[in-house]
Design a protein around this ligand. Structure first.
Ligand SMILES: *[C@@H]1O[C@H](CO)[C@@H](O)[C@H](O)[C@H]1NC(C)=O
Ligand SMILES: *[C@@H]1O[C@H](CO)[C@@H](O)[C@H](O)[C@H]1NC(C)=O
Ligand SMILES: *[C@@H]1O[C@H](CO)[C@@H](O)[C@H](O)[C@H]1NC(C)=O
Ligand SMILES: *[C@@H]1O[C@H](CO)[C@@H](O)[C@H](O)[C@H]1NC(C)=O
Ligand SMILES: *[C@@H]1O[C@H](CO)[C@@H](O)[C@H](O)[C@H]1NC(C)=O
Ligand SMILES: *[C@@H]1O[C@H](CO)[C@@H](O)[C@H](O)[C@H]1NC(C)=O
Ligand SMILES: [Zn+2]
Length: 929
């Protein structure tokens, strides 16, 4: 019935268009069945009309949507969508893909019902296809897996709610991110994608792959999950994401149109057909099947879609017409999924890869490893915002409707959810946007915080039965907490979003030292673990000892800076927002001797080190923590001498590391790194420092046979081991040149007072045996990104009338989860259901205790509600797990070593078994108790 109604309204709307009511391109089916016909014996060229719409870069996301600020960039997404829909309507053979739901959602809200119906029909017929389908096309180097999953889920949710099954993307499409992480591929596989295409990889790697016809293969993206659950067919696009030379027909391009009237001047059909044939054959030499893909579009293309489609129509017409005179090229409108489907049907055996695509260089001396650190304050604010979003999500579930509307007003978690999704974009948290755009991302996050603060206040008062005068220290990021310093008496509420108990120290700025703390559960466990020693002469750390394990390691820790290159005789490439290019291999020390002073209390010891006017550090040992906390403050980096500086914290030891060190991938699995080496191709190293930098999202470590030195970070940073026994993390950078990758600004952040950005952050340093280290850093890393949330209140509050009694302590869980299980997500999904993700947070072999399959009883988990039904979903929450069916690929042996794991089955519906590194996603219906 619904289909009939839709057809009728379309007929009225489009009665001028004869195609629509005819047989149509494919009879109203989406998915692979909607794919265009190909010619088996020919070279089939899949033209993919597309636009790459950055969710903020030179302009803010909203500026891009409307298309103002044309002097900065001629780019308006609303025009793209308007224009494309009109052109798709005109001819059912035409195809278009759309990617960034953040924009599509803005557009959709403004459309009439009849336009919405029309767009739904285009989607149902596979003529408009969503690929990737996240809120944005996220960065892969500086993002945390928790936020990647959330932003993809948000995009999928819109697509499912709006278009149902036909809106489900089958292909992941990261055509612009600057290098590719293995965890991203693993997550994509777990989201049910059939394949993945991208544009950027190291130029040497690409050359080798072209020569060896290895542009397409299967990425085995986890060494823990059983095959093929983290296998993802992965293709390198031929030309980044641009059209081939001479075939760019956008209003932003300057290639010649197809001039096909023989009576007019400059008739060029024969040249075009000839050159297209040449281009297609050349490209085919790098690929294995008789199908090739051409990306017809680029940044913000299709604002005047007619220009593209008119020329593509002609291209198809004339190239295919030549088949009658013996040409073997067949060109067609297609989509990435239709191209992927043909690759799959070719039934070849594909090679396997299990390392990642970092770092990315687009030429000699041009390593995109600077953005691993660029805009360190935004990177921290983003990570902290995720912390708050998870707290907000959880409290929304626990306090139900009371959280959304209560004594503090109306609160809404979706504002922060959307702001976080936008912040994952590959020019957002990456730090490669213009300054005003970075400010806009921070502003959007702050608006999300405001809404979540209302929600959290409502929830806390509902759960505790106390209405309090809450004060949110939302400027703790700059060590300011207005409203507390003046008070003589205040209440501190802590909400722990982890599903297990943690011991934490909470630091609150107060006025004076005379405070008494009343704890609902008094008592601390004093402890001596770790000891740090200092050089009496230089004031630098010169050793760390683990007394319990009888380990001791001489370590010199200090801050250095690299002089940023501004281009030289070897290469004109300067250091910039994207690119790291130091002038020298040996960084300069910020100070040889530092002034120190010591503070000691019953709870902690602190040593203050003053390196320079713009660089200082507090070395802090807590009584019952097994790490050394290094709280560094760097900035404003002085550039008055005309020299850009890239500041690192470096740990030099005598550990025999043989060029090997380890970094995490998006906060999850660990990858082994080796200096001047890539696992699957022979590297010609051009930059001994920048070419050895890797993304560090949460940890970096090195080890010998006996002990391991691990550093946890509080945000994403670039890191490396430039010499054996040495680890370094880049903490801040301030530059005076643009690096010619489009942003058009030098990365010199003004900070809030305009004098240069000051950044404060933490490194947690562990020294332990190799066998015990993973347990420590896994558990601590989760406790850092999902830290207890601190809410202050003036006085002690008043009873909240609707609640019977005041509760000083509350747990949402019946009992805490075992240490290897992480409650990754607990969030409201729709009015009837909730989203729960449980994660096994250990890798195989990491821990003799925790790297084992573990069973969790979902039905018996929560104290505030009863679970009445459970449905397992795919990771992105847009399909039931049992409905997931991915294309199967035949694989050959791997070039590099790959382990394979086996899986265990659940014993009952509510008893969930988690294998190492497994995430399981559930849609549950509940009843509040
Ligand atoms: C997807 O959309 C359908 C309706 O089109 C709905 O029934 C289903 O619950 C949605 N799935 C999720 C996970 O929201
Ligand atoms: C297309 O190019 C191939 C390879 O260069 C060539 O063999 C073939 O003859 C060309 N076909 C036409 C119709 O020009
Ligand atoms: C794919 O190739 C394998 C090995 O050559 C063969 O056994 C199998 O039948 C083929 N499958 C299809 C669908 O052609
Ligand atoms: C601190 O947080 C505020 C919002 O509460 C944000 O606007 C600001 O950018 C943050 N500053 C830094 C240096 O992170
Ligand atoms: C701190 O306390 C002193 C003495 O009670 C008072 O004079 C001062 O104003 C307070 N400072 C702030 C920032 O509240
Ligand atoms: C501690 O280590 C040192 C040097 O490795 C060794 O000589 C000593 O016997 C060890 N002590 C204990 C109690 O194991
Ligand atoms: Zn982009």
């Amino acid at each position: 019935m619904a289909a009939l109604v839709r057809r009728r309204s379309l007929y009225l709307l489009l009665s001028v268009c004869p195609f629509l009511l005819g047989p149509g391109a494919n009879g109203g089916r989406c998915g692979y069945q909607a794919c265009p016909a190909i010619k088996p014996g020919m070279l089939n060229v899949h033209l993919v009309p597309h636009t790459h719409d950055d969710v903020g870069w030179l302009k803010t996301v909203d500026q891009y949507y409307y298309g103002g600020q044309t002097n900065t960039q001629r780019a308006g997404v609303q025009y793209i969508l308007d224009s494309v829909i009109t052109e798709l309507q005109a001819d059912p053979r035409r195809r278009f893909i759309y990617v960034e739901v953040a924009f599509f959602y803005r557009w959709w809200r403004q459309q009439s019902d009849s336009m919405k119906e029309l767009v739904k029909q285009l989607v149902d017929e596979g003529r408009l296809e969503f690929v990737n389908g996240g809120w944005c096309m996220n960065d892969e180097a500086t993002t945390h897996y928790s936020s990647i999953i959330d932003q993809m889920t948000l995009g999928f949710q819109f697509l499912n709610n709006t278009f149902g099954k036909c809106g489900r993307p089958r292909v992941a499409w990261h055509i612009d991110p600057f290098g590719h992480s293995r965890e991203q591929a693993s997550l994509f596989a777990q989201m049910g994608f059939d394949g993945f295409f991208f544009g950027r990889l190291d130029y040497q790697d690409k050359r080798n792959r072209e020569n060896e016809r290895e542009m397409e293969q299967v990425w085995r993206a986890s060494v823990n999950l059983p095959e093929p659950s983290a296998d993802l067919f992965t293709g390198v696009l031929p030309n980044g994401y641009n059209p081939p030379r001479m075939f760019c027909w956008d209003m932003l391009c300057s290639d010649e149109p197809i001039k096909d009237d023989k009576n007019l001047d400059e008739y060029n059909v024969d040249q075009i057909v000839y050159y297209f044939n040449q281009t297609a054959y050349k490209q085919a030499t790098h690929y294995r099947t008789n199908h090739i893909i051409m990306t017809m579009g680029s940044d913000f293309h299709f604002q005047d879609a007619n220009m593209w489609y008119k020329n593509l129509d002609k291209l198809i017409k004339y190239v295919n017409a030549a088949q009658e005179t013996g040409s073997n090229v067949n060109v067609l409108y297609s989509t990435p999924s239709c191209y992927l489907y043909e690759l799959n049907r070719a039934n070849l055996t594909w090679s396997v890869k299990s390392d990642d695509f970092f770092p990315y260089a687009d030429g000699p001396h041009e390593f995109w490893t600077g953005y691993f650190t660029s805009r360190p304050a935004l990177k921290r604010y983003e990570r902290l915002s995720n912390n708050f979003l998870q707290v907000c999500n959880q409290l929304e579930v626990l306090a139900a409707a009371d959280s959304r509307s209560g004594p503090y007003g109306v609160g809404d978690s979706s504002v922060l959810r959307k702001a976080m999704a936008v912040a994952q974009h590959h020019d957002a948290v990456s730090g490669t946007e213009k300054q005003h755009v970075a400010n806009d991302y921070a502003k959007k996050l702050a608006r999300g915080w405001e809404q979540c603060e209302v929600l959290v206040s409502n929830a806390l008062s509902s759960l505790s039965g106390m209405k309090q005068n809450f004060i949110f220290c939302d400027q703790l990021n700059i060590s300011v907490c207005h409203g507390i310093e003046e008070l003589s008496k205040f209440t501190v509420t802590l909400y722990n979003p982890l599903a297990r108990a943690v011991n934490v120290y909470v630091r609150i700025p107060v006025n004076g030292t005379e405070y008494t703390v009343h704890d609902p559960r008094a008592g601390l466990v004093p402890n001596q673990y770790i000891r740090v020693t200092f050089d009496a002469h230089t004031g630098l750390i010169n050793g760390i000892e683990n007394l319990l394990k009888n380990l001791s390691l001489p370590i010199t820790q200090s801050f250095h800076w690299y002089t940023a290159s501004t281009g030289d005789k070897v290469s004109s490439q300067p250091s910039g927002a994207y690119i790291f290019r130091p002038k020298q291999e040996q960084p300069l020390p910020t100070a040889k001797n530092v002034k120190t002073y010591t503070v000691q209390t019953d709870l902690f010891q602190e040593v203050y080190q003053n390196f320079s006017a713009w660089c200082s550090q507090v070395v802090r040992l807590y009584k019952d923590q097994q790490f050394v906390e290094l709280e560094w403050t760097v900035g404003p980096i002085p550039v008055g001498d005309g020299v850009g500086k890239e500041v690192i914290s470096r740990f030099d030891t005598s550990l025999k590391t043989k060029g090997i060190f380890y970094t995490d991938s998006n906060g999850r699995e660990i990858l082994t790194r080796r200096r001047d080496y890539r696992p699957t191709w022979k590297l010609e190293q051009t930059e001994p420092v920048a070419g050895n930098y890797f993304p560090v999202n949460s940890r970096i470590y090195m080890k010998d046979s006996k002990m391991q030195l691990t550093v946890l970070t509080d945000r994403s940073q670039g890191g490396s081991s430039i010499k054996d026994g040495s680890l370094e993390l880049m903490v801040h950078r301030r530059l005076l040149c643009d690096d010619n990758r489009g942003v058009g600004e030098a990365l010199s952040e003004p900070g809030y007072d305009g004098k240069g950005l000051v950044v404060r952050g933490k490194h947690l340093v562990f020294l332990d045996t190799v066998s015990a280290s993973a347990e420590l850093h896994r558990l601590q890393a989760q406790a850092e990104y999902m830290a207890p949330w601190t809410v202050m209140a003036q006085g002690t509050g008043t009873a909240y009338s609707s609640r019977p009694k005041h509760i000083a302590e509350f747990s949402a869980l019946k009992e805490e989860l075992p240490p290897n299980v992480h409650l990754l997500t607990l969030a409201q999904w729709d009015s009837q259901s909730f989203l729960i993700r449980l994660e096994h947070q250990f890798e195989m072999g990491e821990s003799s205790v925790y790297s084992k399959p573990i069973t969790v009883d979902l039905a018996n988990l929560f104290s505030t509600f009863k679970i009445i039904s459970v449905e397992e979903m795919s990771l992105g929450f847009n399909q039931r797990k049992e409905d997931v069916s991915r294309l199967k690929w035949r694989t050959g042996p791997a070039k590099d070593s790959v382990k394979s794991a086996s899986s265990r089955k659940d014993s009952s519906k509510h008893e969930v078994v988690l294998n190492p590194m497994e995430i399981r996603t559930f849609r549950v219906r509940i009843q509040y108790l």
